[in-house]
Design a protein around this ligand. Structure first.
Ligand code: GAL
Length: 188
C-alpha cells in the first residue's frame, strides 16, 4: 500500500457521530495477516488521561498502543513472557482532548503501520512477536467514546469487512489485480 488519504468530510454521516459503542471494547479477532487493516474511530474525552488499543495473543500483547495526555506521548510496547518490553515513544501525540480521531492499524509484512486521521506519523511498530496470526483479541479501553471499529480483510476472492466485531459484509473482488491497489481512503 503506497499511500493513504482521507476522503472529503462531506462523506461523514450524522449517525456516525452519534452512535457510540461501549468501552472497554473487547472482541475476538481471527488472527492477523499482512493486508488486514483495523480502523478505529472515536472521540477523546474532554478530561482524558489516556487510552489504549491492545492486540493480544494467548499469552501476551503483541501491540500496546497507548496515547497518554498527561505526558504528551503515545507509548507503544509489547507484553511478552510476562513483562513489558522497551517503550517506543517517538512521533508525538496526534490526539486531542475533545476531538474525534481515526486510528488505522495496517498489518504489513514486518510491522504494524499506524496512521492517525489519515496521516503518516512516526508510530510504525516492528513486530516483536512475529506470529501475528496468533493475535486473537482486540481490546480498546480508556478515556474515549468509540464510534466504530472496522476490520478489513483482503481474502482470495473477496473483501471481508467486520463492523464492531459482529456484522460481517463480504464484497467479491471485481477488480482482480489487487497488487494495483495503492491507496486507502477513509472519511473522518
Ligand atoms: C506501564 C503501564 C502499562 C503499559 C506499559 C507500557 O507503565 O502500567 O499499562 O502502558 O507501561 O510500557
Amino acid at each position: 500500500m503506497a499511500a493513504f488519504r482521507r476522503g472529503p468530510s462531506s462523506h461523514r454521516s450524522h449517525t456516525q457521530s452519534t452512535q457510540m459503542i461501549s468501552v472497554p471494547y473487547v472482541r475476538v479477532i481471527n488472527g492477523l495477516n499482512p493486508g488486514r487493516v483495523i480502523i478505529i474511530k472515536g472521540v477523546v474525552k474532554e478530561n482524558a488521561l489516556s487510552f489504549a488499543v491492545n492486540l493480544c495473543f494467548h499469552s501476551g500483547i503483541s501491540l500496546h498502543y497507548n496515547p497518554r495526555f498527561g505526558d504528551n506521548v503515545v507509548v507503544r510496547n509489547s507484553f511478552l513472557q510476562d513483562r513489558w518490553g522497551k517503550e517506543e515513544r517517538t512521533g508525538g501525540l496526534p490526539f486531542f482532548r475533545g476531538q474525534p480521531f481515526t486510528l488505522t492499524i495496517c498489518c504489513e509484512a514486518q510491522s504494524f503501520r499506524i496512521l492517525v486521521n489519515g496521516h503518516e506519523i512516526q508510530h510504525n511498530y516492528n513486530y516483536r512477536h512475529a506470529f501475528v496470526y496468533e493475535i486473537n483479541k482486540l481490546e480498546i479501553d480508556g478515556d474515549i467514546s468509540l464510534t466504530s471499529v472496522l476490520t478489513v480483510c483482503c481474502e482470495a476472492h473477496s473483501y471481508r469487512i467486520v463492523v464492531n466485531g459482529n456484522q460481517a459484509h463480504t464484497y467479491k473482488h471485481r477488480h482482480t489485480i489487487l497488487q494495483q491497489i495503492n491507496m486507502l481512503e477513509t472519511s473522518l
